[in-house]
Design a protein around this ligand. Structure first.
Ligand SMILES: [Zn+2]
Length: 342
């Protein structure tokens, strides 16, 4: 009987933790929304009073309750009735769910409170970076720095206070290798290989520009014709400059993966990159198919890779190390048993 009461108490304890982490998560998510909108625009985070984007009416405190207010108002401004972006409830509920999942994955009693808390703090930064990159195709340096500092603190903490950080199975060496295991290949790929491949084969503008250059050089043209070709060439060059490497990695991706590697270790980070490449490739195929059937310039433009890296890092923070260990074991299992070797 005693045993049963204990189990009941424990269940209540866990349910309490899950509810608290979810509610805390949606509250943090509401702040992350502010970060996602204000940071890329260079606006201050401390500026008070949210207001409706359409009518400018200040939003009362009771309409700022994360998730619930949006649901009660059915996504409409109380003052003017115009639509409030679904992005707000998306970011809030996503943060709440990921915080909840973190505490589901890491057991407070066995893994301690500090490591899962650090994962949540890290995930919060990842969410901001992911949406920033999706919206603007750029990552703000402040958030990248935040991720790097959180990762460094987690690594220092887990090295100095291993019992407090016992949920983490990443050693200092794992973290330091992780800093470079993905970021360096990205750096090489993004800044050496991609521009090279791109300029050789991929871009239509590159192809057209090359053709025009050849014609300008070899064909005998009247001055008027040459001028016309030069003008066409200039527009292609301008387009090349504007789009840049379409599927390449930016410096933000490199820093993001360095911070991710320090936080999660090399195993999880390699898994994260792998997940990101698969998801990103699927998305690229979908975009390409869409672009074929549409004249909309938007569909043909470059897409940000950051959101996929963020998805990869979030998933890998839950089971990346374990997945890599399984893979290594799978590679090394068909060994010759000792007794065959005598
Ligand atoms: Zn309004």
């Amino acid at each position: 009987m005693e045993h049963l009461t204990n189990a009941d108490g424990l269940l209540g304890y866990y349910i309490g933790i899950y509810i608290i982490t979810f509610l805390f998560g949606i509250t943090i998510g509401s702040f992350l929304n502010v970060c996602i909108y204000r940071l890329p625009a260079g606006e201050s985070l401390t500026k008070k009073n949210s207001h409706c984007m359409t009518c400018g009416a200040y939003i009362k405190w009771y309409d700022l309750i994360p998730v619930f207010s949006w649901l009660i108002l059915r996504g409409k401004c109380r003052a003017c009735g115009s639509k409030i972006s679904g992005r707000y409830i998306l970011v809030e509920s996503l943060t709440g769910i990921l915080f909840f999942l973190t505490f589901l994955r890491f057991d407070v009693i066995n893994d301690g409170l500090i490591y899962p808390a650090f994962i949540c703090i890290f995930i919060a930064g990842l969410i901001v970076i992911g949406f920033e990159d999706y919206d603007t195709q750029e990552m703000t340096i402040g958030v990248l720095l935040y991720l790097a500092i959180v990762a460094a603190l987690a690594r220092i903490g887990s090295t100095l206070l291993p019992s407090e950080f016992r949920g983490s199975n990443v050693s200092l060496t794992d973290g330091l290798i992780g800093m470079f295991s993905v970021s360096v290949p990205f750096l090489i790929f993004g800044f050496v290989l991609t521009p090279l491949i791109y300029s050789l084969a991929v871009s239509e503008d590159h192809k057209a520009a090359r053709k025009l250059r050849k014609r300008l050089k070899k064909e005998k043209l009247t001055e008027k014709e040459a001028e016309k070709l030069q003008k066409a060439l200039d527009t292609h060059i301008e387009a090349i400059k504007e789009t840049g490497p379409v599927y390449g990695f930016g410096m933000g991706d490199v820093i993001l993966m360095a911070a991710g590697g320090l936080m999660l270790g090399w195993k999880a980070t390699v898994v994260a990159a792998f997940i990101a490449v698969i998801f990103g490739a699927v998305y690229a195929v979908i975009l390409k198919a869409k672009a074929k059937h549409s004249d909309n310039e938007e569909n043909i433009k470059a897409f940000a890779f950051g959101p996929f890296l963020v998805i990869g890092l979030v998933l890998a923070s839950f089971f990346g190390t374990e997945l890599m260990d399984m893979y290594i074991e799978y590679l090394t299992v068909p060994q010759i048993p000792d007794y065959y070797l005598g």
